[in-house]
Write a protein that binds this ligand. Sequence first.
Ligand code: PLP
Length: 361
Amino acid sequence: MARIYNFSAGPCTLPLSVLESAQAEFVEFEGAGMSLIEMSHRGPQYDRVHMEALARLRHLLSIPDTHDILFLQGGATLQFAMIPMNLSVPGKAAAYVQTGAWAKKAIADAKRLGETKIIWSGADCDFTRAPAADELTIDPDYAYVHITSNETIGGVELFEWPDTGDVPLVADMSSHIMSAPIDFTKVDVVYAGAQKNLGPAGLTVVIIRKDLLERANEEVPAYLAYRTHAPKDSMYNTPPVFAIYMMNKVLEWVEAQGGVSAMDALAQARADLIYGVIDGSDGWYRCPVEPRSRSRMNVFFRLPSADLEKQFIAEATAAGMVYLKGHRAVGGCRASMYNAMPIEGAQALADFMVAFQKKNG
Ligand SMILES: *Cc1c(COP(=O)(O)O)cnc(C)c1O
C-alpha cells in the first residue's frame, strides 16, 4: 500500500508506526486471549493503558499538580456546553473572544446557558486575525474568559494569550494541542477533541485547574460535571477505551520524536514551507490571514479563481495529496498539517504548488 499525504482537518493522518502497532495487537492484546476492546475497562490490562495515557499526557505537556486531566466523550462540541455549565457564576458574565467559526459555536451554547459577553470579535475583518493581548480588556468580574486558540476553519492562531489575572482562562485547543508547550500558569482550562493532534475521534481531553472542579452547582447532571470525573481518573463510566489506547500510542510516538519541542519545530518547518510558497508567488496564491495570526496547523489559501482552486484540488488529489478543499463555509483551499504530517508531506505540497503556478500562472 502506498500511503498518501492526508491534509484533512480532522480526523486526520496518524503515524504509520502507531497504526501498525495497533494492528499487530488488535486481535489479541498482550496474550489475554481477547482484544483490548473486548475486555473490562476495570481489569488490570486496560487500567495500565489508561494510567499510562494519563501519565504520558501529563509528562509531555508538563501539566503541573495544580491541574487534573479528564478523558471525556462528546467531542470538543460538548465542552461548548460543559464549560458554562461548570464555570459560570450567577450575576457574572462569561467573556468570549470571537475569532471565527468555532468560537461562534462555543458562544452560541454559552448564550443558551447564561450571561455571555463577546469581548473581541474578528467579524469586521472577516475573521482574518486574532487579537493582540493588549486589545483585550479583562474585567476582574468575568466568570471566565474563553479563547479558541486555533481556528481550524479560518486558519487563525492566537499566539499571544491574554493575561486574565484571577479570572480563569479557558482555551479550546482542539486543533493545535501538543504542537507547542502550554504555559499552565496562565491557562486554567484547556480542552481538545483528540482527533486532530492526539489520536482518533471519540475522546476529548480536558485539563482543568483543580480548584475549579467544585464551581458547578448541584443541578449539573453527573456526567456533565467535571467534579464527577476527576476523582475517578475518568473511569466514572465506561471510557472510550479504544480511543484512549490509540492516544497512548500516539503519545509514545511523540516521546520518541523528541516530545513537544520536536513537534513545535516540525510545525514551524511545515508552516514555513507552505507560507513561503504563498508569499513567494507574487500574489498568485493568497492567504487572507494576517501574517502574525497565521495558523501553523491549518493553512488557508486562495488561488486566482474558483476554477483554478477546483483544478488545483483535483490535480493534487491525483498526485496523492488529499483533502485540500477549504471548509464549505469559506471555500478556497486548506492544508491541515497536524503532528503526524511528516515534513516530506509539506515539501511535496510546496513543490506541487510551485509547479502548479508555473503551469497555470
Ligand atoms: C474540530 C474542532 C471542534 C469540534 O470538535 P468535535 O470533536 O468534532 O466536537 C471544536 N473546536 C475546534 C477549534 C475544532 O477544531
